[in-house]
Design a protein around this ligand. Sequence first.
Ligand SMILES: Cc1cc2nc3c(=O)[nH]c(=O)nc-3n(C[C@H](O)[C@H](O)[C@H](O)COP(=O)(O)OP(=O)(O)OC[C@H]3O[C@@H](n4cnc5c(N)ncnc54)[C@H](O)[C@@H]3O)c2cc1C
Length: 399
Amino acid sequence: MPDTIDLDGLSIDSITPATPDALSEIVRVAHTTSKPLYWVGGGTSLDAGLPPRKAGTAVRITLLDNVIDYPARDMTITVQSGIRISTLQEILAKEKQTLPLDIPWPDKATLGGVLACNTSGSRRLAHGTPRDFVIGLTVLNDQGRPTKSGGRVVKNVAGYDMAKLHVGALGTLGPIVQVTLKVRPLPPARAWLAMPLLGDALETACDRAHGCQSRPVAFDLLALPGGPVAWTAMIGFEGEPDAVAWQVSRAKTEFSNLVKGNIIECQASTVDAMATKLAERTDPAEGVVLALGCLPSRTAALAARVLADLPGAVVHALPGSGLIKTVTSALVDPRPLLAGWRQAAGPGGWARLVRAPRAWKTADATWGTPRPESTLSSAIQRELDPKGLFNPGRLLHQP
Ligand SMILES: Cc1cc2nc3c(=O)[nH]c(=O)nc-3n(C[C@H](O)[C@H](O)[C@H](O)COP(=O)(O)OP(=O)(O)OC[C@H]3O[C@@H](n4cnc5c(N)ncnc54)[C@H](O)[C@@H]3O)c2cc1C
């Protein structure tokens, strides 16, 4: 009996290939029958992009989870894309290495899903996005044949870096089957400070984080309903224990006059758990999720505006990257607010619905006005997936 899966409101049958060859065969058959395929990893972000509308088959990539090669001294690892993030981190930790990304539900999320979404979190400030860790990628083309780009060593890119094209493409250019990543040393110490901010300290706190000597790896702003202050700044450090202890003490001095009450030292594991907790609030019954982007210098003002427009929402801003995520009540339709936020976000800014009732996720609410480069994306899409087999309808320019 095939298993069925709810794909952002579309219920379809799913299959789970056990080998890359079986996945190739599925794509070959789809090429012949012209029936769409929807990739599924851990299922934690199946609402990314527009809801799919065409019937097809969901293909779970979770059994392709082997480690192919781990030359730890080269600080690279080659794995199949269905590997869970928690399993990958455990393997890396044995060699005192890590992939420094903040991914909610690491026991569920797969590397393929992380790369397809290319979402980023707190430590983007220091380490970048998932895309920055990919040095080689194998995907299947529309006829099920493996195509490779990059390689297994850090210095390997000559010509077009095709691997980067697939990261963030939401699986619309083909299934990612195998990945080579560069990894980082596991920091021996981590620390987080939670700083409840005085009412008018939001902008100043962002400026200070930018120029401070304590050099954090993360600086987040968090608005939680019912808290004693509107905004709490979370500041993160990692490195050698002595250095981290100095950074913590330095940061306490640097931010002391912006704080209402005490600066609280948190366990890194508490902060990791908080990321998952925030993500859990994104159950559609519990809330609508929105994402916004702007110039880093505009983040504090835009985050404050979002909170003013949606009192009671959870707002999580990354001022170093100009990114804001917000979760609001499912009873509030935030679509009328999007145009004002886009304007306030300024040049290159955006505001999108991520998780919401299916009927609300129109092309404009989900992706906004097409950018000039979308003509190029459409051309690449037509070239790599002429029959529209791969996750059709997710992106704006897809059929
Ligand atoms: C609240 C929230 C916060 C987040 N914060 C961060 C963060 O801080 N840092 C970060 O890196 N990420 C973050 N993410 C995104 C996170 O990366 C994804 O949720 C998750 O990794 C997706 O993995 P998955 O296996 O569950 O994918 P799924 O939910 O199964 O799939 C997600 C998308 O990827 C496609 N896909 C899945 N597997 C493949 C494959 N092998 N080949 C091609 N396409 C594929 C699917 O078709 C779908 O379009 C956040 C997500 C949420 C909801």
